[in-house]
Design a protein around this ligand. Sequence first.
Ligand code: 3HC
Length: 311
Amino acid sequence: GEQDLLDRFQARIDAGEKIEPNDEMPEAYRKTLIRQMSQHAHSEIVGVYPEANWVTRAPTLRRKLQAMAKIQDEFGHGLYIYSAAETLGVSREEMVGQLLSGKAKYSSVFNYPTLNWADLAVIGWLGDGAAIMNQIPLCRCSYGPYARAMVLVCKEESFHQRQGYEAMVALMNGSPEQKAMGQDAVNRWWWPIMMMFGPHDADSPNTETGVKWKIKNFTNDELRQKFIKATVPQAKLIGIEIPDPDLRFNEETGDWEHGEIDWDEFWSVVKGQGPCNHDRITARRKAHAEGAWVLEAAQAYAAKQAARNAA
Ligand code: 3HC
């Protein structure tokens, strides 16, 4: 019965086995993975919009090439994770439809505006830095296709983080105006990036099953803490002040304590009332409409190929 399946499944998870698409799995495991993976893929795609409009305004050709390479990578991450999610029996059309209708969630951080070039440096350094913290453990998650997709994604994310930090170093070694731009961008992005890791563990409904089924190898607060620990020295090294007056190292626990996160802001952004939610979905719908002919042509070609092969 149902309990036997759950017990057999949990024994495999506890033994550190990878679950593959054709294996038996509890419906709740399939559902929570489709939930997380589709939202992850949406985040990769929507995450490009804040950066895209700075490609034509990059300060040098080298920065432009880096931005284009990163954007191309992110779209690839999205396609990779949509494909991994499809192995669970959900179609690409269904997932994309949920994003276009405004029903699907994607990472709150992408609903903030990129006001100048320093924002791109900060998104790379801190945004991708946060994403790496969250995605490295996913390389060891229990669902095979997701874990394997994450291995490639993490290699490319480390390039994204490096190029962002390097651009920050250039700014912080620059003129007083450039230094001010760098600090201003961190002031605007620090808290939205704190929110990327999700609610506190006590307020995280998916953490219990995520941890039990080894989808989540570290909790939201544990990853947020790892991120702060890694970022504080990097900020100090280039003279960036983290905009949290309550940030302090606790000698006893060995952890950084930080100011309270504005969860009202978080939930209003998640629910679609962030500064750029409307712009992002509008841009995504426009891209989908303008790209429809490519999709139709590819499908027509595939149908012809299939007919030719069947003949
Ligand atoms: N933005 C939007 N929604 C969020 C969120 C955020 N930053 N953090 C949490 N939520 C949502 C959750 O999706 C959940 O809603 P749902 O049940 O309808 O899906 C609700 O808030 C409660 O949160 P939980 O902690 O219970 O949810 P999870 O256990 O799923 O944890 C998560 C949230 C840590 C984001 C987890 O889903 C995860 O690890 N996802 C995969 C990685 C990912 O999506 N990373 C962020 C963006 S990828 C990126 O940054 C690309 C890079 O190249 C820039």
